[in-house]
Design a protein around this ligand. Structure first.
Ligand code: NAP
Ligand code: GCO
Length: 266
């Protein structure tokens, strides 16, 4: 395989869950540029329509579906539609996610379960549903979007950290269980990325100054900035391509160095 071909996704079908905006959309853009056929889903018609309009504007042919990734039947139905519209899925990106920032002692069990359901149970449900056809077709790539919270904790994100920590271990287990079928399952752990999910943490204060959390993140990041969705494109293509065929069960942290850094001395 030539160096350039190693990174090509030509002829591959890539499903990006929750891919109508943000990180999922950027990964889809990169996969399209690398030659893949893109399909995505989102939780409701409004988001799918918003996604379809953005893909059209970016010149990316795409199929979009309404599908709640926590619903096994809906996931199965969506896979049937994807196989009919685009072909068998070669690359799955478990990107759909939610966060609820609530102090743990104030969080209801229902809210905790909801986060676990979307961020951990759903990657299990969707991966479980695509693995049989990947095995039949000689292999595939599964990329789970993990987090800094796969490694670290902080106030208010107990459910999210529990889910993303679990997703790291689900990643390693899929790699362990299905590696022999030429399935590589890896994770990407984005650092703090500018998307709507993190917008409340970057809101300007009434006096125009930066949000204290915004300042905190910049001071904790050796790169001294938030990440942007483009920062995730190269790593996502690598993990979807032949270039990573012997990389399995790995979490690639794309965090500007956060996990390497103890922080500046006061
Ligand atoms: P996001 O706000 O987390 O949302 C991703 C998409 O998933 C949204 O369109 C969302 O719909 C959808 N979704 C939620 N529940 C769903 C369900 N049950 N079924 C189908 N779709 C569902 O966007 P993001 O910030 O781009 O994050 C993408 C992924 O990266 C997430 O897994 C997130 O946890 C992870 N991540 C983000 C950051 C960051 O700094 N932004 C850092 C590390 C990891 P709604 O808009 O209705 O919720
Ligand atoms: C938070 C953030 C994080 C990030 C991301 C970090 O409230 O601390 O939302 O959880 O979104 O997942 O990698």
């Amino acid at each position: 395989m030539s160096f350039n071909n190693a990174f090509s996704l030509t002829g591959k079908v890539a499903w990006i869950t929750g891919g109508s905006y943000g990180i999922g959309f950027a990964i889809a853009q990169a996969y399209h540029e690398a030659g893949a056929k893109i399909v995505f889903n989102d939780i409701n018609q409004e988001l799918v329509d918003k996604g379809l309009a953005s893909y059209k504007q970016a010149g990316i042919p795409v199929h979009g579906y309404v599908c709640d990734v926590t619903d096994e039947n809906a996931v199965r139905d969506t896979i049937t539609k994807i196989e009919k519209d685009a072909g068998a899925i070669n690359i799955l990106v478990n990107n759909a996610g939610i966060i609820k920032r609530i102090p743990m002692t104030e969080m209801s069990a229902a809210d905790f379960r909801k986060v676990i359901d979307v961020d951990l149970n759903a990657p299990f449900i969707v991966s479980k549903a695509v693995i049989p056809s990947m095995i039949k077709n000689g292999g595939g790539k599964i990329i789970n979007i993990c987090s800094m919270m796969s490694e670290l904790g902080r106030e208010t994100v107990s459910a999210y950290a529990a889910a993303k920590g679990g997703l790291k271990m689900l990643t390693r287990n899929i790699a362990s269980e299905y590696g022999e079928f030429n399935i590589q399952c890896n994770g990407i752990g984005p650092g703090y990325i500018e998307t709507p999910q993190t917008a409340p943490l970057r809101e300007r204060q009434k006096d125009g100054s930066r949000h204290p959390f915004d300042q905190f993140i910049i001071s904790k990041t050796p790169a001294a900035r938030w990440g942007n969705t483009d920062d995730l494109k190269g790593p996502a293509v690598f993990l979807a391509s032949g270039a990573s065929d012997f990389v399995n069960g790995h979490i690639l942290y794309v965090d500007g160095g956060i996990l390497a850094y103890i922080g500046k001395q006061p």
